[in-house]
Every structure is written in structure tokens, then in C-alpha cells.
Design a protein around this ligand. Structure first.
Ligand code: SF4
Length: 217
């Protein structure tokens, strides 16, 4: 199927509207970071009324869970689905964070997606979040197409949009937690660091495994 050749300055709404026409069964995983909250709002404006998938690792900040609940109230037409591996909190994140992420994050979402089998995923990543995302485009091919409508929006643009629309951004964001994951693996970002520098800081790990590798998601 031929893909549209979206220019980098294409508005995310246009990309989302195309995606909804092309992949009406798409799914949207979210961690409710700034990018995620902006994408949820844009998707709702574009007419999306499907699922927002959240993986509860049992190690999230209280503020993240409260953000999910505020979003569910604000967007009643969307279906907020919380997935979980059902594991009790432990300290595996300290000894083997890759295995911890694989069990707590990747496995629940992967299992759900295998059963639900959407043809595409709407994803909130953007280029300026980290050097590892610097080449991200609107579309990524794979067993499931990933659509990244925010690929070219930078942090200032995302913040301006969130303020303009009065979105319920995770309050930790405004305290410097520019990317919020589980509490044992997240710290506030320091001046000059990229937005994801506070994730697994000092552990040589930059991704949880959801968006890298064999594209099994
Ligand atoms: S972010 Fe940390 S605590 Fe959360 S699943 Fe990954 S390793 Fe475990």
C-alpha cells in the first residue's frame, strides 16, 4: 500500500486523521508523559474513540496513576485499558532492569496486542526526546505499522499546546521529570540533559524495550 509522503511540518492532526482512515483498528499505548497527553488530546480531536493502553508495572508514581484517572474523566469517549503482569513490587529493577522491564512492561502489552491484533499503533515519541530518537519519522514499518504524529514537534511546541488546551499533564513534569517511568528508575532531568536522561540514569539503559528490537509489538 503506498504511503503518503508527509512533509516534516505536517500537522499531527493530519497524520492522525490519515491513520484513522487507513487503520481503523489501530491501538494507542500510552505512559501519560507530556507527549502522550498531547497525543491523546489530538487523537480525540481527530475522532479517535478507541483504546488507550497503559501498562501498570506496580511501580509507578502516584501522580502518573492520577494523571491516567484525570484523562479518563476528560475523554469519556476513549476507552482507558490498564494492563498488568500481576507482579508484586520487588527490587529486580536494581539487579536486572532489562528483565524487570521485560516482565512488567513488555510482556503485558505484547500479550494484549497479540490477542487484539491491531494493524497499527499510534505512538507519542518525538525526535527531540533523546538522541536515540533523532531520526524518527511519522511512519515506521514492521509487523504492525507505528504512526508517530508528534515525531517533529519539539518540547516547546508540546508544552505550548498543553498549556493552550489546559491538558492534565503529570505534575511531575513541571518538576523536571520530563519523561516519567517507574519511580525506582526515574529522576528529574538536569539542565542541558535530554528529556529522557532521567530514565535509568547511570545504568546504560535508555529504553524499556517496547519500542526497540524485533518490532514484535
Ligand atoms: S522502569 Fe524500572 S521498575 Fe519499571 S519495569 Fe523497567 S526496570 Fe522495572
Amino acid at each position: 500500500m503506498p504511503r503518503p509522503d508527509f512533509a516534516p511540518d505536517t500537522h499531527p492532526l493530519e497524520v492522525i486523521r490519515w491513520a484513522l482512515r487507513e487503520y481503523p483498528d489501530l491501538a494507542m499505548p500510552s505512559a501519560f508523559n507530556l507527549n502522550g497527553v498531547v497525543l491523546i488530546d489530538l487523537a480525540a480531536r481527530a475522532g479517535y474513540s478507541g483504546e488507550v493502553l497503559f501498562v501498570d508495572t506496580a511501580l509507578h508514581f502516584r501522580e502518573t496513576l492520577e494523571t491516567r484517572d484525570r484523562l479518563a474523566q476528560r475523554y469519556p469517549r476513549l476507552s482507558f485499558v490498564t494492563l498488568s503482569a500481576g507482579l508484586e513490587p520487588d527490587e529486580r529493577y536494581a539487579s536486572d532492569p532489562d528483565a524487570c522491564c521485560a516482565a512488567r512492561k513488555v510482556a503485558p502489552l505484547s500479550t494484549y496486542l497479540q490477542a487484539r491484533a491491531p494493524s497499527a499503533l499510534l505512538n507519542a515519541r518525538s525526535r527531540d526526546q533523546a538522541s536515540t530518537r533523532a531520526n524518527l519519522g511519522f511512519l515506521e514499518e514492521g509487523s504492525r505499522v507505528r504512526i508517530n504524529p508528534l515525531a517533529y514537534w519539539d518540547r516547546a511546541t508540546l508544552e505550548a499546546y498543553a498549556r493552550e488546551q489546559e491538558l492534565p499533564v503529570n505534575p511531575l513534569y513541571w518538576d523536571g521529570f520530563l519523561s516519567v517511568g517507574c519511580w525506582p528508575c526515574t529522576r528529574a532531568v538536569r539542565p542541558g540533559e535530554d528529556a529522557r536522561a532521567g530514565r535509568w540514569a547511570g545504568r546504560g539503559k535508555t529504553e524499556c524495550g517496547l519500542w526497540v528490537g524485533d518490532r514484535s509489538l
